[in-house]
Design a protein around this ligand. Structure first.
Ligand SMILES: O=C(O)CCC(=O)C(=O)O
Length: 280
């Protein structure tokens, strides 16, 4: 699916734009279900917290700025289950991650019109810590993006630094993880405008952010997270939850057995148990 040049570009820059992954009826159905989930499941709120808000937005914008969000769209709509397992996307993930690929999560981020929520510079590692860089985030575009509606922007090559310390607390209390605004500037990043149906991939350590949506239309993106199943999660979003294997299989070097009990929660799903429990 990907050329050697594209793979090398992802490896050196930490991001990659793949045009026209979703087309035709597929994207129309994803859009229809996105609208359904926005109306019936997503939450709308002020979005990420922290002192960065005052630097990214004037007082009036900051007051009005909203983010529409929800996790795991593929559990709520069949078109999104098909999207996360889309053969071309899965093949591309195989090119970046290797023979075995596990879906970790999907997350809707919609910037409403006029004052739609900007994102401060951060690494996604701060939200779902993994042991190493074998994790690719994928932004599925339902709308064309450009500067005016807050396209995604990257600090090229920043993934090479590995995990960075994020601000998670201020004198006023805890805040959403972000990098210090004095050291990380959106204006120094590379914009990656994309078209509806494109995806933009990036490494879990790549520093990124985006500006306010100033247009009269919402800017709709959905992030999908894929990892090598042998890259252990250490904390954060969906920690301990086994994901969907979309390519290859889950290796089991430790000889673990999935616990089998109606009382076992997701956190216990892959504990070492002495032998497989009887299946009743
Ligand atoms: O939607 C955006 O503009 C940025 C999203 C983002 O930073 C993320 O998904 O990690």
């Amino acid at each position: 699916m990907l050329s050697r040049r594209e793979i090398e570009s992802y490896e050196s820059q930490g991001y990659l734009h793949i045009p026209a992954v979703f087309t035709g009826r597929d994207i129309c159905e994803m859009e229809r279900d996105h609208e359904f989930m926005t109306r019936h499941w997503a939450s709308s709120g002020q979005g990420w917290t922290g002192p960065w808000r005052k630097e990214y937005m004037d007082a009036a914008t900051e007051k009005q700025s909203q983010l529409v969000a929800m996790h795991d769209l593929h559990f709520y709509a069949a078109s999104w289950m098909q999207a996360v397992t889309h053969p071309r996307l899965v093949e591309a993930m195989g090119d970046l991650l290797g023979p075995n690929v596990e879906l970790h999560h999907s997350t809707m981020h919609t910037k409403p019109p006029e004052t739609g929520h900007p994102f401060p510079m951060h690494q996604d590692w701060a939200f779902y810590q993994h042991q190493d860089g074998r994790y690719v985030d994928v932004l599925v575009h339902l709308d064309d993006t450009r500067h005016e509606n807050g396209e995604i922007r990257f600090l090229a090559g920043s993934h090479a630094q590995g995990a960075l310390e994020h601000i998670t607390c201020t004198p006023e209390g805890p805040c959403t993880p972000h990098l210090p605004t004095a050291n990380y500037h959106l204006k120094e990043t590379i914009p990656v405008p994309a078209r509806r149906g494109d995806v933009v991939c990036f490494n879990i350590f790549t520093v990124h952010g985006s500006y306010v949506n100033r247009t009269s239309q919402p800017r709709r993106l959905v992030r999908l997270g894929y990892r090598d199943p042998e890259n252990p999660q250490l904390g954060g979003q969906s920690h301990g939850r086994p994901g969907l294997m979309v390519r290859g299989h889950r290796p089991n070097p430790g000889g673990l057995h999935p616990a089998y009990s109606s009382e076992v929660g997701a956190l216990d799903a892959f504990k070492a148990v002495p032998e497989p429990a009887l299946v009743g």
